[in-house]
Design a protein around this ligand. Structure first.
Ligand code: FEO
Length: 171
């Protein structure tokens, strides 16, 4: 059985993951409207990934006999001045998510809840990947600057990203 403290913290994390999903959906819609379908595709896949992250926590709470409590999702920004600005925002946001996961991990240890700590291991690795992906894209967008052909080609590249459901979703 989950302690109330852990259950509340996991429910907060579900809200944070859903807010992330909402943020990336907003980015996807923005770049779709701006005529950059590949970048829109990248963010819409990110939207799906964040929903999967929230679902992994929901499944886990239910597995442990707890109760999921869905809370209101705050509004998100609706426009970005450039793809570079959006990916910089994404990296800053993912750093905050990493800190949340680390805090949850520390709480699970303090509460001697080793099952929750074990569940969080997947997220610890996932955050390394999330931040690394953002840094790589920031580097690429910085490199091309205002070059229209470069932007067109990078948009094409991001259009080839496909969604793969995380393995942890089936656990
Ligand atoms: Fe669910 Fe992007 O962290």
């Amino acid at each position: 059985m989950l302690s109330n403290k852990i259950q509340d913290a996991l429910n907060e994390q579900i809200n944070a993951e859903l807010w992330s999903a909402y943020l990336y959906l907003s980015m996807g819609l923005h770049f779709e409207a701006e005529g950059m379908p590949g970048i829109a595709n990248w963010f819409k896949i990110q939207f799906q990934e964040e929903q999967a992250h929230a679902t992994i926590f929901m499944n886990y709470i239910n597995q442990r006999g707890g109760r999921v409590a869905l809370k209101a999702i705050d509004a998100v920004p609706t426009s970005w001045e450039s793809p570079l600005a959006a990916f910089k925002d994404t990296l800053e946001h993912e750093k905050k998510v990493t800190a949340l996961i680390n805090n949850l991990y520390a709480l699970a240890e303090a509460e001697h809840d080793y099952a929750t700590r074990d569940r969080l291991n997947w997220f610890v690795s996932e955050q390394v990947e999330e931040e690394d992906n953002c840094r790589t894209l920031i580097d690429k967008f910085t490199l091309i600057g205002d070059n229209g052909m470069g932007l067109y080609m990078l948009d094409q590249e991001l259009g080839s990203r496909v969604y793969n459901a995380p393995a942890a979703l089936g656990e």
